[in-house]
Ligand binder design. Sequence first.
Ligand code: FE2
Ligand code: FE2
Length: 184
Amino acid sequence: MSQNTEQAAAPGGADAPAATAVGDPIEHLMAEHARQRVICDELERLIEPMQAAAVQPEAETLLAFLTHELALHIADEEKDLFPLLAARCLPEDNLKGLLKQLQREHEMDEDLVDFLRDDLAVLARGHTLANPTRLLINLREFVVTQRRHLGWEDETVLPLAERRLTPADREAMAGRMAARRRGA
Ligand SMILES: [Fe+2]
Ligand SMILES: [Fe+2]
């Protein structure tokens, strides 16, 4: 499994979106969501035997996904998508409460991801964990919370973005997302 996070195949074989080719930003986020769902499915399979050893071969790829891809994705939403939606949505869209909830979930994700990264880094170095159950429980929590979060974003947030964001919004957003992926 490749160590290059921009080229790495996800567990389960889904290819990572190209590092800087954003195209339409909403479609790009949808594609990343599809990849996140594949990773959740694969994680569910990996933790099923409740053995950290089953996770170990994928630890480096998972660590890269959490450190780079997911962090970029959350930054796209927090810094670009959500502020644009807050500006463009109409009162009858009833989006404010949901955006606040999703932002809270991003903050909780950060804490959970910190724990996951610590443990996955140990596994990726070829060591064993002092408390393997903590990793398995945290991975299960990650799968559950990500799937719920993805449901809201795919079924409510991105369809609204399709309707409310202007072509200029999308172009500006694509530029900022591409710059973020170049490390600019
Ligand atoms: Fe998302
Ligand atoms: Fe999100």
